[in-house]
Each structure stands twice: as structure tokens, then as C-alpha cells.
Design a binder for this molecule. Sequence first.
Ligand SMILES: Cc1cc2nc3c(=O)[nH]c(=O)nc-3n(C[C@H](O)[C@H](O)[C@H](O)COP(=O)(O)OP(=O)(O)OC[C@H]3O[C@@H](n4cnc5c(N)ncnc54)[C@H](O)[C@@H]3O)c2cc1C
Length: 462
Amino acid sequence: MLPPNIESAFVAALSREQVMTDADVLALYSHDETPRACLPLAVLFPREQNEVVALMRVAMAHGVVLVARGAGSGNVGGALPAPQSVVVSFECMNRILEVNAADRYMVVQPGVITAEIDRVAREHGLFYPPDPGSSAYCRIGGNLAMNAAGPRAVKYGVTRDYVLGLRAVTGTGQLIQTGCRTTKGVTGLDLTRLLVGSEGTLALITEATLKLLPAPEARATLRVCYASNADACRAVARVMSQDVVPCALEFMDRQSIAAIQAAGAATDLPAGTASLLMVEADGVADDLPRQVAALQQALAGEGMLELQQATDKDAVTALWLARKSLSHAVKLIAPLKINEDVVVPVSRLTELVVYIEQLAAEYILPIVSFGHAGNGNLHVNIMVDPADAVQMQRAKTALRLLFAKVLALGGTLSGEHGIGSEKRPYVDMEIDAATLDIMRRIKSQFDPDNLLNPHKLLPDAG
Ligand SMILES: Cc1cc2nc3c(=O)[nH]c(=O)nc-3n(C[C@H](O)[C@H](O)[C@H](O)COP(=O)(O)OP(=O)(O)OC[C@H]3O[C@@H](n4cnc5c(N)ncnc54)[C@H](O)[C@@H]3O)c2cc1C
């Protein structure tokens, strides 16, 4: 229970209705997309930046740990409350403060839903490229903290590439302003890039200036079927080594295909399809046929069973909806999804998928893989039953082997989901002790009392 004097201090900093301690509210904010939960002591709902400064000062005065929260759609425990912590939900800081179409930027509060940013940008002939599968409900503050990405990252990059500047409140209660509103600017150290991806461990982000691009005029979608995962991944490598960069290059293995078919999409695939690529090109309408021809040429090769250019808008929408719901759909396969998000250089993707098939066979585990193949980014889902201790042990072993393989192939442990609490035990497989030490010292500069999302992202020293 939140001690009454601390509750009163938070109420004085915000207002009575912005400090919630009801049991049902605490339960609602006790988890993210991971299967873990921890009840917070309270949930705070700031509406303005100065309220974030005020609540941080209360936390400092009383040594209260704060865990920032967007929509709670993260799948690594980033927004999972620490024991005895208070959640700061940014959902009421949900205003778009400025759209500057001439200079192509938008200023937003952290609680704005990601898809809303793109929707409003398009009203001005612009668009906001980062498009996580959760964009219909996740919030930009969460995207910034996780450096989220999505299918369009293959051509347009990730959240970090679209942040011109930030305002944030550090663990010392200081409001800082980073970056600028121009697309060039090198004054000072680049704290904007540092805060993006810092998972709520350095500062509470209260405002962001986002870069927008002119919206592409037209888009073409290809659906390509292959006889094996390796055939599809070889095609991905061919696509990514020629001149036309697709704006999406998504991979699905056989079990992912079964999951989207269960959702009513792609029910007309040729017999023998073991792997599917969704490929999109965008740009000026007159140029699309040239792009499509180049992509078709690269996609054709051993094991290709069918290549269709989707002309039916409804079928394309259904395919994307099914693809974006895969993260939830695969949960029907087993009670628990160990959800990984590894990345390897695109030229090594075939080696990775073949290795995953070997791991699945050797450790007798259903493993479902899909993801942003154009970036070499695969969501590898090991489906398990937590009640089966022997299977859980096999999964644990397979997971460490998977990470070791990814690193040996020149890859990284997480492409977009982040580290949170779930992947912390593995971070030192990738980052050496000296580099981790500098990261910890940066954390202590921003947050000397370790009040902001402690025990996340970086492993504890020693
Ligand atoms: C179906 C599904 C599909 C997904 N697809 C993708 C995908 O394609 N790409 C992708 O990258 N991710 C994806 N995700 C993961 C998740 O949606 C992203 O990580 C997203 O960025 C989280 O946003 P959120 O608002 O839910 O943040 P939360 O989960 O609430 O929080 C995430 C982290 O951000 C921190 N945080 C939140 N707000 C702030 C703030 N204002 N200041 C400081 N820190 C803050 C939290 O403390 C936490 O560490 C998917 C998840 C689901 C469930």
C-alpha cells in the first residue's frame, strides 16, 4: 500500500483524480504483454509536463521507484512494475501540439497513439514511417523508449530516425530539452539518440518533435510462395542486394501461414507452400512498374512456387491485418510464447532459419518464425507449456544456443522489442564489460538514485 503521506504528496503535485490506488486499476496496470505481473502501489496520470516534474520531485523526496507506461503493449517487461513501484501512465498526455507541414515536423505528447500520428500527417500529404504491428493502440512515448520499428523499417528506418528533439524529465527532476526542429543540427552531444531506446531508465519523455516525410503516391503488393524457409530467405538476400529497396519485406514460416489462414487470410496458397514473403514497393505511381519488375526478377529463383501481384485492395488489407495479428494468433499453439526478436545480416538469414529448424527438431520444440526479413529481423517464437518443466528446460537451452548463433552470424539479440526485464540475463553475451560499465555510468548521471525503471535494460553490475 502507498503510505498516506506519499499519496498526499502525489495528490498535491497532480490532483485527486490523477492518483489512483483502486485495486482494479492497479491490476490493470500490473502487466504488459509478457506473462508476468506485479501490482504497483499507485498509478499516476499526468496531463502536463510540469506535472511530470512535480511527480518526479515527490518520488525523489520519498525514494519512490517510477515505471513509465504507454499502452503496455511491450513484450519484454519494459513497463512491468517493479515491486513497490508507482506507474506513471502517459495516456492523458495525448495531444498533438503542432503540425508544421512546411517544415515537415509534428510536436506530440508521449501518450498519442502511433497510428494517429500517421493519420494526421497524411491529412497534410505527409506520413510518419515507423509502423509497429501494434500501432493502432501503442503510444509514441513507448515507441520512443523502445526505438520501435515495423515493416516499413526496411526502407524508411526506425523510430530513432524520425526524432528531431525531445523534452524529458530526468531522475533528478530536471526538465531537459534535446535536439532541435531542423533536419540538421550538431550542437552538443546527441542526447536525443541516447534517450530513444533507453526504455524509461534515463528520463520520462514528455514531448517529441517528429520528422515527417512526403506520403508516397502509390503502393504495390506482391505475395510470393516458396517451398522452404531457406528458399524464401535466399530470395530476401537477392532482393536486398539489388537497387530497388522494398518498403516492406515480411517473412512467414509454415506455422505462421497456418495462423493467418486460421484468421481467414491467404487461404488460396499453392500446395507445398512452406514459406511466404509479403513484399511491397511504394513511390511515384509512374515508377511503380519499374520497381515491381526489379523485385519480381530478384524474387524469382529456386523453390519459388507462385508470385502474385495483389490487385484486390481488400485482400491486401486482410493479408496485412492477419500479418499484424500474428503476434497474438500464435498464442493458440501453446500456453506460453517465448518471444524473441533477433537480427542477423540479411546475407546470413538463410543460415539462421536452417539453424532454427535444427533447434526445433533437436529440442522437440514448436518454433514459429516470422518478421521483418528485409532487415534480417526475425520474431522467433518458442511455443511452450510452462507446466512442463522438462520442455521448459529444453527451451531455455535452445534459447541460449539461438542467441549464440545469432551473435556468431554477426547479429544482435533484439531488433525492436528491446530488453526490458526478459532479455536482461543475455545482454552480456553481446555487450562487453567495459561498454556495459559506461552505460551504467550514463544511467547514474541521469538517475543517480535509480528511481526510473530499475533492473531493466542493463544487467546489474557483477
Ligand atoms: C501485436 C503486437 C505487435 C507488435 N509489433 C511490433 C512491431 O512491429 N515493432 C515493434 O517495435 N514493436 C512491436 N510490438 C511491441 C510494442 O508494441 C512496442 O514495443 C511499443 O513501442 C510499445 O509501446 P507502448 O505504448 O505499449 O509502451 P509500453 O509497453 O507501455 O512501454 C514500453 C517501454 O517504454 C517505456 N515508456 C513508455 N512511455 C514512456 C515515456 N513517456 N517516457 C519514458 N519511457 C516510457 C516503458 O517504461 C517501457 O520500458 C508489438 C506488440 C504487440 C502486442
